[in-house]
Each structure stands twice: as structure tokens, then as C-alpha cells.
Design a protein around this ligand. Structure first.
Ligand code: KG4
Ligand code: ZN
Length: 333
């Protein structure tokens, strides 16, 4: 049995979580606190790294105390500390990882370095005792990753984006449409009242025979449409853009499942919060007789519970990390 305190600070959410898990058992989230900085970055239309790291350092102490209080546990009840070491913004990663290392150092308890992408990858299984083989699609602000997961720690990358990540495309198109940052949830809202057939935007790399993605051509097509058609309805552009992203994501993921013979698909990352994305995957997976599991609610976007879950899977497998290890803004899976 281990009680894990996890810190996530890779971008613009500061998060602390406490989880308990027995080897072979299910993880229990005892506390999961998140302080979002979205409001602070909104006036700049995107994340300002220095503002992000300063804000992380200002709210971490309170979040740690709040988590301990919610979990009804003293700091001495924590068996292991962990933090996101990458990928992400260097100055942001340093704040959370240094705090976790400091607690580990002072308490003499072990430290576990966590890959943020492994956190997302495993997040749909947080209520499960086992991670079955599956195809994982991680769709976040910084990444679009299609992975063949054979088990915990045994990941094979099938495809990734050649340019913009799916969430990044949502955010950039949101900006073009004059919507507030982050564009993803705003585009979802606007698309509800729009016609997805109003504009025939490109479905890039759909038939290229790879498992890779590209969203920059789509983004440029939206830009040209807006320049040519000044009175284009925001709702129609949002709906047409969203369906173009969804069709590519669904088609490529289904193909990956078929080509590997996997009968389970798992979705994670901020874009998987989008209801239209979820519904499209549900409908198609049902049709193809493929099981589907998706990260739930706050576990889709950045949070520390997923970092604790990934950290626990490493720790319970006997792995710990040195306090001398560095962060890696470009860490890959
Ligand atoms: O996973 P996440 O919180 O952070 C990263 O690791 O990047 O993902 C954030 C991304 C942003 O690009 C945001 O616009 C997008 O997820 N997102 C959405 C929705 N909610 C968040 N995209 C589309 N629809 C949404 N409802
Ligand atoms: Zn993330």
C-alpha cells in the first residue's frame, strides 16, 4: 500500500493530488485540487510562461495544505512524492518538481518523476485495477499522440502530429474567430448553433496511409475562408472546423485499432472533454464493435490525480527516481 502526493505544474494549471493504492488494487483519489490560471492568461490570448511559473509558486503551498486536509492525512502519512518532469514549460515544471523534491528530501521519503503524457495516457483507467492492451489517443493542447499500449510502461508510438496539436488548432481557430482563450471549449459552444456542412474544410492526411496527423492546413483554410468571407457565421465556421478535426481523429484512431487488432480505444487530454468528439467516437466504436473508454470530466484536462496515478504505477512496480534528475520540457513517451 502506498499514499502518493503528486504535483502537476507543466503549463497553466497548478494541481496537487493525494492517492492511495495497494499493489494489484484500485487507486483511490483522496484529494485532487486544481488552481486554474486561465483568467490570468486570457487577456494575453495565450499562456505567458513567466506569469505561469510565478502563479504556480504562489498557490502551491495552499494547494498542498488543502489536499492534506481533504485527504485527512498529515504530511508524515505520505509515503512517496512525485511531480511532472515534462513535457511542458521549463519554468513551470521547475516550480512543481522542486516543491515535490523538497518535501521528499525533508521527509526522507522517495521521489517519483512522472511524464505528463503518461499521466494523460493512463487517466481513462484511474478507476481500474489493470490497464488492458489498447489504442490510446491523447488529444491535448500540446500533443496529438496515437499509441499502441501493451501494458503499463510498454508503449509504442504509432503516430503524432506533424505540426499543430489538436487542442492548439482549436485555440488558434478560436483566436481567429475572436473567441476568448482557450478556444477549445468556446468553439464547442459556438459549434452547437452552427452548420457543420457550411464549409468543406480539408481532412488532412486522412488517406496517406500513416497514423500521423496534420492540422495546420485546416487552420490556414479557416483563415482564408474568414478573409474571403467577412460575414461568415462564427457558429458555422466553428461547426465546420470541429467536424473536420473530429472526422480525422476518429478515422485514424479506428484504423490504428484495426491495423493492430486492438479491440479497445482510450481517449484522453483536454480535447477529449469535447462532447461532439466523445459522441463521434461512441457512435463509430459501437458500429465497429470496438470498446471505448474515456477520461472523465476534470481528468481530461491537466490535473494531478492522473500524475499520481501514473506515479503510483511506477512506484508500485518498484521504481523511484533521483532528486538530482532534471526536468525535460521536450520529454516524449
Ligand atoms: O490536456 P490539457 O488540459 O493540457 C495540455 O496538456 O495541453 O489540454 C488543453 C487543451 C486546450 O487546447 C483546450 O482548448 C483544449 O484542451 N480543450 C478543448 C475543450 N476543452 C479543453 N478542446 C475542444 N473542446 C473542449 N471542450
Ligand atoms: Zn496535459
Amino acid at each position: 500500500m502506498a499514499v502518493f502526493l503528486a504535483i502537476e505544474s507543466s503549463c497553466d494549471e497548478t494541481a496537487v493530488a493525494i492517492l492511495r493504492q495497494e499493489a494489484g488494487g484500485k487507486a483511490e483519489i483522496l484529494a485532487s485540487e486544481i488552481a486554474s490560471q486561465i483568467e490570468q492568461h486570457r487577456e494575453y490570448g495565450g499562456v505567458v510562461p513567466e506569469l505561469a511559473s510565478r502563479s504556480h509558486s504562489l498557490c502551491l503551498n495552499e494547494l498542498v495544505h488543502k489536499s492534506l486536509e481533504t485527504a485527512e492525512i498529515g504530511i508524515s502519512g505520505i509515503d512517496v512524492f512525485g511531480a511532472t518532469m515534462g513535457p511542458g514549460l521549463a519554468s513551470s515544471l521547475l516550480v512543481g518538481s522542486t516543491a515535490a523534491k523538497a518535501m521528499s528530501c525533508v521527509s526522507g521519503k522517495p521521489f517519483v518523476a512522472v511524464n505528463h503524457m503518461e499521466g494523460h495516457l493512463l487517466s481513462p483507467f484511474i478507476n481500474e485495477a489493470k490497464i488492458p492492451p489498447h489504442i490510446a489517443l491523447i488529444i491535448s493542447g500540446g500533443h496529438t499522440l496515437l499509441m499502441d499500449v501493451r501494458g503499463v510502461g510498454d508503449y509504442h508510438r504509432l503516430g503524432t502530429t506533424k505540426d499543430d496539436a489538436a487542442g492548439e488548432a482549436f485555440d488558434k481557430v478560436g483566436k481567429m474567430l475572436g473567441l476568448p482563450y482557450p478556444g477549445g471549449p468556446e468553439i464547442e459552444k459556438a459549434a452547437k448553433n452552427g452548420n457543420p456542412k457550411a464549409f468543406d474544410f480539408p481532412r488532412s492526411m486522412l488517406h496517406d496511409g500513416t497514423h500521423d496527423f496534420s492540422f495546420s492546413g485546416l487552420k490556414t483554410a479557416v483563415l482564408y475562408t474568414l478573409q474571403k468571407n467577412k460575414s461568415a457565421s462564427v457558429a458555422d465556421v466553428a461547426a465546420s472546423f470541429q467536424i473536420a478535426v473530429i472526422e480525422v481523429l476518429v478515422e485514424k484512431t479506428i484504423r490504428a485499432a484495426k491495423s493492430t487488432g486492438r479491440d479497445l480505444i482510450a481517449l484522453s487530454g483536454g480535447v477529449s472533454l469535447n462532447k461532439a468528439v466523445r459522441e463521434a467516437f461512441q457512435i463509430r466504436c459501437e458500429k465497429e464493435d470496438i470498446c471505448l473508454t474515456m477520461a472523465e470530466g476534470e481528468l481530461c484536462t491537466d490535473n494531478a490525480a492522473m500524475i499520481g496515478f501514473a506515479g503510483l504505477s511506477r512506484f508500485l512496480a518498484g521504481k523511484t527516481d533521483s532528486l538530482d534528475g532534471d526536468i525535460d520540457p521536450n520529454l516524449t513517451l
